[in-house]
Design a protein around this ligand. Structure first.
Ligand code: SF4
Length: 490
């Protein structure tokens, strides 16, 4: 069994929530796999551990390639791309915890199944919250799983369906599945996209020449010159074919949408459009809201790069305090597959971020970051800023305290490892040893995300479970394992 190279997240990356997947599919263009490779490259921020492409050629049938590592290091070589011909292809990039912890190639998507009416491949972004129960049931009834991924349940549920065609079988399968899922799938002649009834994870439709595209984000449409058509709606299935174009189906009972609000804060690329809103602009508005909610006298507003940048710009614009690049990020110190020596690992955040000393010395600095997860990075950044001679350090955070884990396709530490799960805001300020620490309120975040009245507490407009502890779908597998949901008193 092929195993992943030994893989080390940089300590800086290790202190962030991580999106687990990006998905992309194309139909109706020559060499669709090349378009998919480019799309996956643009979605690389959603998963860097591995990627895969499945394609179909009318003469050669289905083919696939799955590899560990970056898209650019695998799906640019002629050796691989020449094996992936045809006008229809789907792909997946992953960073995963839903599959096995020790990454193995059999967990890398897309997954493929051969049915009596032909083959089908699926790529899934999200997390199936009843996957353990489904897997147990399916294994007891004779299914033989090839991977440890929750997504494989969908293929086995499709195999058990009595429906006559693959889209109908997918409908059957997905009605048994709970949790968050955006799916891109393909048959020999159709490209299929589905979002779960709450629409937790994104999926958009694009048009390129005579073909159609499905993508996690609009930034990946731009790279192939595709035009944004619309989002797949929560609870919608689109079946796209050369003969009939886009057909829309509604397999699920309608429910109020619960899109992941953290996509606005951090996961999506700032050049993507979500719900008609620019992600960059939403992040800038978060900074504006933060400046109104948590003003402080200071000399400079500095982002923790790169994700804190738009919010820092908004904070500066609203407060009138000058914006400055007080911390510089080394763009070339990404994740590494080479085991670093202990000495290098101890350099920690300094490998990735450096303080612009000439700017910081003697200044009262407001640092704007997107989130505080474990707090380890925030502490180190504060030390670097003070070492550089800053007079004061004030943290402003562009999301509310992250006090609950996500079970919908985002890698989160266990609850007890989340700083906000065990400390009050004041205790966190003392722990980080900064002059002040403020988080944006949930209402402020909702306003920035396009809800002028703030959060509707009776029926929140977004999923915000990692802040509020209010899970829109009960994480039943985790509850069965003993996870404590929020009590009425909390
Ligand atoms: S729990 Fe947080 S990260 Fe997960 S889907 Fe909800 S808002 Fe997004």
């Amino acid at each position: 069994m092929e195993e992943a190279p030994r893989f080390y997240a940089h300590p800086f990356d290790d202190d962030k929530l991580k999106e687990e997947c990006g998905i992309f599919g194309v139909i109706g263009v020559t060499d669709a796999s090349n378009f998919v490779a480019l799309g996956l490259h643009a979605l690389q921020h959603r998963g860097q551990e591995a990627g895969g492409i499945v394609c179909h050629d009318p003469e050669l049938g289905f083919n696939s390639a799955r590899r560990f590592g970056y898209v650019r290091d695998n799906f640019t070589s002629a050796d691989i791309m020449e094996t992936l011909p045809g006008p229809l292809a789907i792909g997946h990039v992953r960073y995963s915890t839903a599959g096995s912890k020790a990454a193995v190639i059999r967990d890398v998507q897309p997954f493929f199944g051969e049915f009596s009416m032909g083959g089908a491949a699926i790529a899934h972004n999200g997390n199936i919250t009843n996957a353990l129960a489904l897997r147990k049931e399916l294994i007891e009834r004779g299914s033989i799983f090839q991977s440890s991924s929750d997504s494989e349940c969908i293929i086995h549920l499709m195999a058990r369906s009595l429906q006559k065609d693959i889209p109908d079988r997918m409908e059957d399968a997905l009605r048994r599945v709970e949790g968050a899922f955006s799916v891109v799938a393909m048959t020999r002649t159709k490209l299929i996209g589905v979002r779960d009834p709450l629409g937790v994870r994104p999926l958009v439709i694009g048009k390129v020449a005579d073909g159609w595209v499905l993508s996690s984000e609009t930034c990946a449409l731009d790279i192939i010159g595709a035009e944004f058509v619309r989002e797949v709606e929560p609870g919608e299935m689109v079946v796209i074919s050369a003969a009939k174009g886009v057909e829309s189906r509604r397999p699920f009972r309608p429910q109020p949408s619960k899109f992941c609000i953290f996509e606005h804060v951090y996961f999506s690329r700032p050049d993507s459009i979500i719900g008609g809103q620019s992600v960059y602009e939403t992040r800038r508005r978060i900074g504006v809201e933060l400046a109104r909610e948590a003003p402080v006298d200071a000399d400079l507003v500095c982002p923790v790069p790169d994700s804190g940048t738009p919010a820092a710009i908004g904070y500066s614009q609203e407060s009138g305090i000058p914006y400055a690049m007080g911390i510089i990020r080394n763009q070339y110190m990404g994740r590494t597959f080479i085991e670093p020596t202990e000495q290098i690992r101890n350099m920690g955040v300094r490998l990735k971020l450096n303080v612009n000393r000439a700017l910081i010395k003697g200044k009262r600095v407001i640092l704007v970051d997107d989130s505080v997860v474990r707090g380890t990075t925030s502490r180190k950044i504060k030390e670097m800023i003070l070492d550089a001679g800053a007079a004061e350090v004030h943290f402003r955070i562009a999301s509310p305290p992250t006090a609950w884990p996500c079970f919908y396709g985002v890698d989160t530490p266990q609850r007890e490892k989340l700083l906000a799960a065990t400390m009050s805001e004041d205790e966190m300020r003392e722990h980080l040893n900064v002059d002040s620490l403020r988080f944006i309120s949930l209402d402020g975040l909702y306003r920035a995300a396009g809800e002028p009245e703030g959060r509707n507490n009776a029926c929140p407009q977004y999923c915000d479970a990692c802040f509020s502890g209010e899970y829109p779908v009960e994480p039943s597998d985790m509850v069965a394992k003993g996870f404590q949901l929020k009590t009425a008193a909390e």
